[in-house]
Design a protein around this ligand. Structure first.
Ligand code: NAD
Length: 488
């Protein structure tokens, strides 16, 4: 037996073992076997990381924007040189198909670092003339900031937060998910290897309820950028509100996909529509906050859409994430699979019809101990039942029929979340009218998950507060200060 991989924190440029010397097992979801040990983390680790970040702040924030951009570019270069290694690690850690990690997620982490390296050199502030003197706005970094990320897109979301924070001149204490800690640990090792300035980027591993909480509550942490569940987002808001601490909360989703008859009836578009709607439903086994888990279909094509959709879902290949033909891997943890199975039981209790899936999937060979659930399609449930209002975050989607635009809008807006929606129609007037009326932060028309990193990213309602991406992120990680000069 090989010894488990032993992960460390990155504090003040050093690999540090856990202050309490205890560890958490890290599992490979495809096999159900533990293969690494992650520090449990303790208040002392957070304290040490915040101290290191505070000490590094004057020098880092005093660098020219160019110099900070060069450090981010160097980190991006180092990561790009090892895409395959990181993709293998993420696939093993989270159970995602290797091709998804290799072709999409790790390259996107590289892109995040490069994008915000450019942002450091492009970011500008406003000036106001003519009304009362000459006013200009300084955009100053906040100091030490906390970045907390989830398990579903581990390095992609980790870099999406740390890159703008660093580009804007802050020093960071980041906490990846304890469920998928490996790629953030590897990035910390890369930062050490390239001599990234000590204390500027600190990575504290461990449990959310202790390390994450200590980070959020540390008085020297000036802002918290959090992506994760709505329940934890609420706890963070409950602390940061009274403490008057800046927060960005990117939380859960229960996103609608609206399919109109005109789009589905067009034979030239139908294949692309079906491919994309299936991908939107099941990419990463439905474990993406933007997945379209409520599919709304115009009634006159409901049955033909349902049959074509279910046939495609049945054809999805579920199994070993290392197999290049695999479309869906396992769920990320045993506990998460149990949660998803309980949601499927609830579907049945609520009177829903399981059109396909609805059960544990047994995979032979290497993955026989893995945490698989067959992709599941449900119909027969109304908009108010829990299966249509609560996030499942797994390979489970519901179908509902609508009669006209108003009905479609009412169904789409019936969930308490408001992250994204995708609208499939050939009528531009309808698409734009719905885009304006959908209560979400992001609308896709005729597509899904097409991303320009300059655009505002985030949701409303139970999907969170604040926006990431482009200038929004640079603004979040800086404080504006107006300077007014009297001019006679
Ligand atoms: P989670 O809320 O359980 O954990 C997220 C992170 O918060 C982890 O690093 C965890 O250790 C930490 N944490 C847990 N308790 C904490 C506490 N009390 N204080 C501080 N930190 C704490 O979420 P998860 O299960 O890792 O991720 C899945 C959720 O994330 C889903 O709800 C999904 O929709 C959401 N998500 C949202 C977006 C978005 O951009 N809106 C993107 C990805 C995932």
């Amino acid at each position: 037996m090989t010894a488990p991989l032993r992960l460390t924190h990155l504090i003040d440029g050093q690999a540090v073992l856990d202050a309490g010397a205890s560890t958490l097992p890290v599992f490979e979801p495809a096999t159900g076997q533990a293969y690494a040990a992650c520090p449990t983390g303790a208040d002392g680790d957070v304290q040490a990381a915040v101290c290191a970040a505070q000490a590094a702040f004057p020098a880092w924030s005093g660098l020219s924007n160019d110099a900070r951009a060069r450090w981010l570019q160097r980190l991006a270069d180092a990561l790009e040189a090892r895409v395959e290694e990181f993709a293998q690690a993420e696939s093993r850690d989270g159970g995602k198909p290797l091709k998804l990690a290799r072709d999409v997620e790790i390259p996107r982490a590289v892109e995040n670092l490069r994008f915000f390296a450019s942002a450091a050199t492009q970011f500008a502030s406003e000036s106001h003339h003519g009304q009362a003197g000459l006013n200009y706005t300084l955009r100053q970094p906040l100091g030490v900031v906390g970045c907390i990320s989830p398990w579903n897109l581990p390095l992609y979301l980790f870099t999406w937060k740390i890159a703008p924070a660093l580009a804007a001149g802050n020093c960071v204490v980041a906490k990846p998910s304890e469920v998928t800690p490996v790629s953030a640990w590897m990035l910390g090792e890369l930062a050490r290897d390239i001599g990234f300035p000590a204390g500027v980027l600190n990575i504290v591993q461990g449990l959310g309820s202790t390390v994450g909480k200590a980070l959020v509550e540390h008085p020297q942490v000036k802002a918290v950028s959090f992506t994760g569940s709505t329940a934890v987002g609420r706890q963070i808001a409950a602390h940061c509100g009274p403490a008057l601490k800046k927060t960005s909360l990117e939380l859960g989703g229960k996103n609608a996909t609206l399919v109109f008859a005109d789009a589905f009836a067009d034979a030239t578009q139908r294949e692309r529509l079906l491919d994309t709607v299936v991908r939107a439903a099941f990419q990463n086994s439905g474990q993406i906050c933007l997945c379209g888990s409520r599919i709304l279909i115009e009634r006159r094509v409901y049955e033909s859409f349902r049959d074509a959709f279910v046939a495609r879902v049945r054809a999805l290949r579920c199994g070993d994430p290392l197999d290049p033909h695999t479309d869906l891997g396992p769920l990320v943890s045993h506990a998460h699979r149990e949660k998803v199975l309980a949601c499927i039981e609830l579907v049945r209790a609520e009177g829903g019809h399981v059109l396909c899936g609805g059960e544990v999937l047994h995979v032979e060979g290497r993955c026989q101990g893995g945490w698989f659930v067959a992709p599941t399609v449900i119909d027969g449930l109304g908009p108010d039942c829990r299966s249509n209002t609560e996030e499942i975050f797994g390979p489970v989607v519901t179908l509902q029929a609508f009669d006209d635009d108003d009905h479609a809008l009412a169904l789409a807006n019936a969930a308490p979340y408001g992250l994204s929606a995708s609208v499939w129609t050939q009528r531009l007037d309808r698409a734009h009218r719905l885009a304006a009326q959908l209560r979400v932060g992001i609308v896709w028309i005729d597509t899904w998950l097409l991303r320009d990193l300059r655009t505002p990213f985030g949701g409303i309602g139970q999907s969170g507060m604040g926006r990431e991406g482009g200038l929004e992120a640079m603004r979040f990680f800086t404080e504006p200060k107006n300077v007014c000069l009297r001019i006679d």
